[in-house]
Ligand binder design. Structure first.
Ligand code: SF4
Length: 381
């Protein structure tokens, strides 16, 4: 396929990722539909979609934090500080609803701050279980999803029946299956797209109406599947970390610029977002609860999973035959910081070299990161 067609589709994805809130505001004015923002990572967007509203996953922007500092602790992670800041500055006021889920203390606090300061927005807090071994965890998840469903029905002014929820699950499963196809295509042709573009495709899926994204992604895949890119030269790397947000494009470019090739990842704006589908049989609320519980992938914001995160990472790195791992750790991300010593030990025990790069909402010294990455890649040769 001609590269120009690929570029045109990528431009459509980039448009919304570059200025998510500005574009969503315009979308709302043009479509006269309600928009509900979901904090990363666990709330099933399908429920909002089934209520006829547009679900969007909140994204970190590059904006410098200013006014927000009067409302938050400076030791909150970047995405939390950024969202509170742009929220109190009025940039999220176009949203009709906001759903936060219990993933960490900072997320929980962000929900309270935004609820208090954005009274016109309906802010919900989804208390989905974080410990999966507790008795009655399935029943509690279904009960909480039912509670939120009722709240969304009130906001939307219409019922979410099983039929529409199943249809929404099918829409989301379809989009996830295409993202998995992209994932496989990338693994087979590592120079097809730079990793920053793959991130753009996943992020745009979190921001655009799913049907529109699916249509564009189908066209993009059809075009790309005919291309034979030059064979990939470089050191294969597994990218882990960044629990809630996409890594900055500059860092992804740096990794590739010093001779690394990202073969696989466990990012939220990556494999974790589209790895598993919800079942189409039986009760749709139970199917969403099951996806959250039984089918979820290891991540440090949950406990009692069949496999610990560090073991899972070792298996994933081995499976994609990466020569090393890059762990991107968001500054002040407590769940990740808690697990990092275990990750470090597990990777060392498995003989997998890794480098940890701490990232920050504010600009980090890219030169310092470049030197460390260069040294790491040299070591792998
Ligand atoms: S990046 Fe870490 S600290 Fe921040 S909201 Fe996500 S899990 Fe919580």
């Amino acid at each position: 396929m001609p590269r120009s067609k690929i570029n045109d589709i990528m431009d459509r994805f980039r448009e919304i990722v570059d200025k998510p809130y500005e574009k969503l505001k315009q979308w709302k004015e043009a479509n006269k539909k309600k928009i509900v923002g979901c904090s990363p990572m666990h709330f099933p967007e399908e429920m909002i979609h089934a209520a006829g509203m547009l679900p969007v996953v909140l994204q970190e922007t590059d904006e410098t934090i200013t006014t927000g500092f009067s409302y938050l602790y400076p030791f909150f992670c970047g995405i939390t500080r950024n969202l509170i800041d742009i929220g109190v500055k009025g940039q999220l006021s176009f949203l009709d609803g906001l759903i936060y889920a219990d993933i960490c203390v900072q997320n929980r606090t962000a929900a309270s701050i935004l609820r208090q300061n954005l009274p016109a927005i309906h802010v919900e807090f989804a208390q989905l279980p974080s410990s999966f071994t507790r008795k009655g965890v399935m029943e509690n998840t279904v009960k909480e999803l039912d509670r939120i469903k009722a709240s969304l029905e009130k906001l939307a002014g219409r019922k979410i029946d099983d039929k529409s929820l199943k249809q929404s699950i099918a829409v989301y499963n379809k989009n996830r299956s295409l993202l998995r196809r992209l994932h496989d295509l990338h693994k087979a042709n590592l120079r097809l797209l730079p990793y920053r573009d793959i991130q753009v495709i996943v992020q745009s899926s979190m921001l655009m109406p799913k049907e529109e994204h699916t249509e564009l992604l189908e066209k993009l895949l059809a075009e790309m599947e005919g291309i034979k890119p030059p064979s990939a030269k470089g050191n294969k790397l597994f990218l882990s970390g960044h629990l809630c947000q996409s890594p900055k494009a500059d860092i992804l470019d740096l990794i590739e610029g010093v001779g690394g090739i990202v073969v696989d990842d466990d990012l939220y704006t990556g494999y974790r977002y589209y790895a598993v589908d919800a079942e189409m049989n039986g009760s749709p609320v139970e199917a969403l609860a099951k996806r959250h519980l039984e089918k979820s992938l290891p991540v440090p914001t949950r406990t009692g999973l069949p496999m610990r995160w560090e073991k899972y990472l070792v298996e994933r790195v081995k499976a994609c035959r990466a020569q090393g791992a890059v762990v991107l750790l968001v500054k002040f991300c407590e769940p990740h910081l808690f697990y990092y010593p275990f990750i470090k030990d597990a990777l060392a025990e498995a003989g997998i070299p890794h480098i940890m790069v701490e990232t920050e909402h504010e600009v980090v010294s890219l030169e310092g990161v470049r030197t460390r990455l260069q040294a790491f890649i040299e070591m792998l040769k």
